[in-house]
Design a protein around this ligand. Structure first.
Ligand code: SF4
Length: 352
């Protein structure tokens, strides 16, 4: 783990990124324009730094995969800005966008679905190298580049894997091929959307260790999307916690997972399976329970208030800003109103 990730160079940055999907009407109302929308992601800001892993943790439906797709430019933004190495990127426009697509690569959750079953590993990797102009000048160089990609993801000897079809590989091997294909673009950022959640438990650690190795050796900035906060502690330098489309807590992974500040992070940690811990009924009441809200009509104020055991009157009407705590940790929760300055105050101080 990097001691001071905040000193690393920012490669990719999201500023106030928002995505609302319009709800389509069906049946008799199909001709009417719907005014309803799903507030999938609201005002998300994050920074991915060279040679570090940032975990984005939350329950299913919290919007974390939508964030990955927005960063990969698969959806247009409703609001906000994405910057690659300090330059704002406009979707689908010009050389800067082509450079962006090459440098920011997305790894999907299901490696079987992301690889075409009728093509071999050789086809998938050759195509990636050719698209990104890295195939080399002849057959021999192409073979060397293919072998180098497979060696980088620890599929050795490469000749054993190059002419295999996806169904001839294990889940872990398929995910390694998907990672090798992403590396074919020579990216600076990997967006890994639940990269191990569909793999057998016994091989998850191997794939996470591979990503960690790539982070160290290639100095990649990695966004690790997961619902497993325990793996974030092991794998990520920084952890951000997302609830109902908003990021509610962030900081060094060790601090966030060992000393969670936001009641939702506390609930996530209390819900993580731990055979040594029997959760008493009182503890369940203290940490809360229930289901995430509908994002078509999200709750006013703090979106966690219907589930929060510490909710106060103002939580039902006023959206809490981000309050800074010690050691770079922060939480968007009214409980910390008197703990430090808000993000806006911080920006004003640093602008002076
Ligand atoms: Fe709970 Fe209020 Fe904090 Fe939201 S702002 S997490 S409702 S205490």
């Amino acid at each position: 783990m990097t001691d001071q990730p905040q000193q690393e160079t920012i490669v990719l940055e999201a500023r106030g990124v928002t995505k609302h999907f319009t709800v389509r009407r069906t049946g008799r109302d199909v001709a009417k324009r719907s005014r309803r929308s799903v507030h999938a992601v609201d005002d998300v800001s994050l920074q991915l730094r060279r040679g570090t892993v940032t975990a984005l943790v939350g329950e299913s439906g919290s919007g974390k995969s939508t964030v990955a797709r927005l960063l990969a430019q698969l959806y247009p933004l409703t609001k906000g800005e994405i910057r690659l190495e300090g330059t704002a990127v406009k979707a689908g426009r010009g050389r800067s966008f082509r450079r962006y697509v090459r440098q920011v690569q997305l790894i999907f959750q299901d490696p079987f679905a992301s690889l075409n079953p009728v093509h071999t590993v050789r086809y998938h990797l050759t195509r990636a190298l050719k698209i990104h102009g890295r195939a080399g000048s002849g057959e021999e160089e192409l073979e060397q580049n293919l072998a180098a990609l497979l060696e980088r993801v620890q599929l050795t000897p490469p000749q054993r894997f190059l002419d295999k079809f996806p169904h001839e590989l294990s889940g872990g091997q398929r995910q390694r091929v998907a990672i090798a294909r992403a590396l074919g673009a020579d990216p600076k950022v990997l967006l890994a959307d639940e990269p191990v959640s569909m793999l057998d438990v016994s091989i998850r650690l191997g794939v996470l260790n591979l990503l960690k190795d790539l982070k160290d050796r290639l100095h990649l900035a990695i966004l690790y999307i997961t619902h497993d906060i325990a793996s974030a502690r092991y794998f990520a330098d920084t952890t951000l916690v997302m609830y109902a489309g908003r990021i509610v807590e962030g900081g060094d992974s060790e601090t966030v997972t060992q000393h969670p500040a936001h009641p939702y992070t506390q609930l996530l940690i209390a819900s993580a399976p731990d055979p040594d811990r029997v959760v008493a009924e009182e503890e369940q009441e203290e940490t809360g329970s229930g289901e995430p809200p509908s994002l078509i009509a999200p709750p006013a104020g703090c979106r966690f208030h219907p589930r929060c055991p510490k909710a106060m009157e103002r939580c039902t009407t006023e959206l809490p800003p981000r309050f800074d705590l010690a050691d770079g940790q922060w939480a968007a929760c009214w409980l910390y109103e008197n703990s430090g300055s808000t993000a806006t105050e911080q920006e004003e101080v640093s602008a002076k």
